[in-house]
Write a protein of this length. Structure first.
Lengths: 305, 298
């Protein structure tokens, strides 16, 4: 220990410039990311603004019990899990398929146009995306109304149908991000050695066979790492889009943990309850990430750490 | 290689090509059309849009929607705010994250493993909304310009990507510089950074796009500062909160007002989205490289 400490101080003296470069990031993280972690204790207290975090009285698991017993507990958990599982199942394989397709395109001009156009929606903000959905799906001014009228049926407002919320959420995500998410697989595909394809050609392999027996196995490690990252975020369904797509009609389908935390916390000022719900969610997420990472370490030797 | 492929072209390969290009064409249409529709609708007369006459090209061309934007003071103020957040925020973020990343890329940094873990941990765990909000409030940062650019500028993921990039700089460079008596700080600013334009471009774009497009921080931390609101929150009130396009009724003046409000939605989408899309081509050549680094080291 003593030797270690001395060698550390020697290193700081020798490389002080490096520690100086690290300082801004470390100070910011301590002040604005680590310090609030102490504030998590309000989940176990009856937080009172005038007393502050430290002096508010401890109440144990009271707020957790309140959450578990509230009628929204089942709803928010179910909505959160359904939404993210549905999103994972659909949005995970599609970029892979798209990358495999792009990789097969030999018409350079088409390939370039295809990539530029499918990357573009990634730069659209969540606000604009939801605004665009409202406009495009609007029965009066949108494309949806147009299509309905062409087929001679009454246009419906999809945004007002509670059951449609999930599908709209997931498929608008597919629309926005499939192109962009395929970049990473495309990069992996471009790293495959041409010798493999040449050998396959000599054996008379068809294009589809090459895709099946060369392309897919070669990008498998990339797929696994991304799958871990995504599964680790299973309970972290983004606040921004859900919140914007919510309306009084679809609320029972669209209330997820993050929007619930926002409402009871910042709108209803129930700080402790909100912090408890948030902590519950964070802990589950953390456990999920570690579990998935361990499993993948055993099964495939690919892991995040 | 291409030639030998052509000689061996079989029936199944032709079918395969048809499937690939067919699927791609359908995907292209689905992705492109909604964006195209918004663009042409923003140049069309609102009643033509309402009657479903706008389909492929603008109908009854008009610039009314864009003139309306010029008249809206709140949009211009928000536009200016967002540009300020993007410039200042990206600059701070780049400085903080690249500096940390460079340090962590150096194998002779004692405590490197622990410090890396200190950063990575923040990717997977945080204090949550309320504790973070109370903390910002304690610092007196609510409703300030600073809260939008400083407290959340550290991005562990960006640090990891940049660190991986710096690790690939040739080691001889540092050795040679050291012999010439060049210190760590000078080496970083004068030699390492100028050699890292690719990673600066990639991370700069990520940060800038993030600042331009996000509304969450403003929603939470600017509750009583209308003069500081970013573009996205103003867009939210135009596009999402005031959605009332389903019914057009009342007298002519009311109908006209509603038409202009509708047109404003299309034109504000175009005005707020096109600038950030135009940024991409400038850094595109660095991009695949940057994403690759991210892919390898997650």
């Amino acid at each position: 220990m003593g030797v270690k400490a001395i060698s550390f101080f020697n290193s700081v003296r020798k490389n002080w410039g490096l520690y100086l470069l690290l300082a801004p990031a470390i100070v910011l993280l301590i002040l604005f990311t680590y310090k609030p972690m102490y504030g998590i204790t309000i989940a176990f207290k009856d937080f009172n603004t005038s007393l502050g975090i430290t002096d508010s009285p401890w109440v144990g698991f009271k707020h957790f019990e309140r959450f578990f017993n509230s009628f929204l507990f089942g709803t928010t958990i179910r909505n959160t899990i359904t939404l993210s599982l549905y999103n994972l199942i659909v949005a995970f394989p599609l970029p892979i398929i798209m990358a495999l397709c792009i990789n097969q395109m030999r018409v350079k001009y088409f390939r370039k146009v295809f990539q530029i156009v499918t990357y573009m929606p990634h730069f659209i903000s969540t606000v604009v995306l939801v605004g665009l959905m409202l406009l495009v799906l609007s029965p009066s001014v949108g494309v949806a109304g147009l299509v309905a009228r062409v087929f001679g049926v009454d246009p419906v407002n999809l945004m007002a149908i509670p059951e449609a919320f999930r599908h709209l959420f997931v498929w608008s995500d597919v629309w926005q991000n499939t192109g962009w998410d395929s970049i990473i697989y495309l990069a992996a595909l471009s790293a495959i050695s041409p010798a493999l394809y040449e050998a396959a050609d000599i054996d008379g392999a068809s294009k589809f066979q090459k895709l099946l027996y060369i392309d897919i196995p070669m990008i498998l490690p990339t797929m696994i790492v991304l799958l871990i990252l995504r599964s680790g975020n299973l309970m972290n369904i983004g606040f921004e889009k859900v919140f914007l797509m919510q309306n009084s009609l679809n609320i029972m389908q669209s209330e997820v943990i993050s929007t619930y935390v926002y409402k009871i916390g910042l709108l209803n000022m129930q700080y402790s309850l909100s912090a408890a719900v948030n902590l519950f969610n964070n802990v589950i997420n953390f456990i999920l990430l570690i579990t998935v990472n361990q499993i993948s370490k055993r099964v495939s030797n690919s892991s995040l750490w | 290689m291409e030639n030998s492929g052509k000689i061996h072209k079989t029936k199944s390969d032709v079918a395969f090509n048809i499937v690939v290009y067919g699927l791609a064409s359908i995907a292209l249409l689905i992705v492109a059309y909604p964006m195209w529709f918004i663009l042409i609708a923003s140049f069309s007369d609102p009643s033509a849009v309402y009657n479903g006459r706008v389909f492929l090209w603008p109908v009854d061309f008009t610039l009314l929607g864009y003139q309306e934007i010029f008249k809206r003071g709140d949009i211009w103020l928000a536009y200016r705010n967002t540009i300020a957040y993007v410039i200042v925020g990206t600059f701070i973020s780049l400085f903080v994250n690249l500096s940390a990343a460079y340090s962590l890329s150096r194998k002779d940094l004692v405590g490197r493993k622990f410090i890396t873990l200190f950063f990575i941990f923040t990717m997977f765990f945080n204090g949550g909304l309320i504790p973070t909000y109370l903390n910002i409030s304690d610092f007196g940062l609510l409703n300030t310009f600073l809260v939008m650019v400083l407290p959340f500028s550290v991005m562990a993921f960006h640090i990891i990507v940049a660190r991986t990039f710096f690790q690939n700089l040739p080691e001889d460079l540092l050795d040679a510089a050291k012999i010439d008596g060049c210190g760590n700080l000078r080496f970083y600013f004068i030699i390492a950074l100028p050699l890292s334009k690719a990673v600066i471009a990639v991370i700069g774009l990520w940060t800038a796009v993030g600042h331009w497009n996000s509304y969450f921080n403003a929603l939470i931390y600017l509750p009583r500062a209308p003069e500081l609101l970013p573009l996205q929150l103003v867009l939210r009130s135009i596009l999402v909160v005031n959605q009332s396009t389903t019914m057009w009724g009342g007298d002519d003046i009311a109908v006209r007002a509603q038409q202009i409000a509708d047109l404003l939605m299309y034109s504000s989408i175009v005005v707020s989205t096109v600038p950030i899309m135009l940024l991409y081509p400038f850094v595109q050549k660095h991009f695949n490289q940057g994403v690759m680094i991210g892919a390898i080291k997650g």
